[in-house]
Design a protein around this ligand. Structure first.
Ligand SMILES: [Zn+2]
Length: 243
């Protein structure tokens, strides 16, 4: 079925609605103008969308205000002095030319050692590879801990770039995916995504049973859920989503 688009205004906020073949509703607020886009499963009524958007209006407005305030929003230039995040903490980038190609956290700085004349794209790829290593290094102990608590084991796990989800789970193959962006977030986000996706191996839906199981494993899950739902995906797309 082709995607169906319509525009609605809810409490003064313009919303672009797209109905398509997906399982969950996603709300995005995108820079630079704070455009609000809602994707919803086919068959969702405008009344239902109205209710969902109303319940997230505070969150939408907060992000619109932040975009308006950061009028100089730009994509990273990968130059010295620019702030980049690792495990929830900001580090100024220090790009220096050197004999080796490497990334390390040193003395409160994120040091990128690159050959002379390296391009922005090369630096981005290097940093991305480093984030992947960081995340892949952290996941085994996080998973081992929560597997014991939740009482399930995934068949496999992996890291990938995802535009709209922090994590996902294939309940048939018991495979779990983590969003690469989690390396930039506070470690509690990785904990929460691990618990969330592991719990799907017991309960595929997001119903009452799911919430009960998550709460049993992680009593303070609601705060974690809220923080990650309101968190930012690079490069500057604000998304709410967990599958
Ligand atoms: Zn989920």
């Amino acid at each position: 079925m082709p995607a169906r688009r319509s525009n609605i205004t809810i409490d003064g906020v313009e919303v672009e609605v797209t109905l398509k073949v997906i399982k969950h509703v996603h709300i995005r607020v995108s820079p630079p103008h704070g455009t609000v886009r809602v994707s919803a499963p086919c068959g969702t009524s405008l009344d239902e969308i109205h209710t969902i958007v109303l319940s997230r209006l505070g969150w939408i407005r907060r992000h619109q205000v932040r975009f308006a305030q950061s009028a100089a929003f730009t994509a990273p230039r990968m130059e010295t002095g620019e702030l980049h995040y690792c495990w929830g903490k900001p580090y100024p980038l220090l790009v220096r030319e050197g004999p080796t190609v490497r990334v390390e956290l040193w003395n409160g700085e994120l040091v990128l050692e690159v050959p002379s004349g390296s391009s922005k794209e090369e630096r981005e790829r290097l940093l991305e590879r480093w984030y992947r290593q960081e995340l892949k290094g952290a996941i085994p102990s996080v998973l081992a801990r929560w597997e014991r608590i939740v009482g399930v084991h995934p068949s496999q796990w992996g890291v990938r770039k995802m535009r709209t989800l922090w994590g996902s789970c294939n309940t048939k193959t018991a495979r779990i995916w983590f969003n690469l962006e989690l390396a930039k977030k506070h470690p509690e986000s990785l904990d929460y995504v691990a618990v969330h996706e592991l719990t799907h191996l017991l309960e595929p839906s997001h119903g009452a049973r799911f919430e009960k199981l998550v709460a049993r494993a992680m009593p303070d899950w609601e705060g974690c859920h809220q923080r990650i739902s309101q968190s930012i995906f690079d490069p500057g797309i604000w998304v709410q989503g967990l599958q």
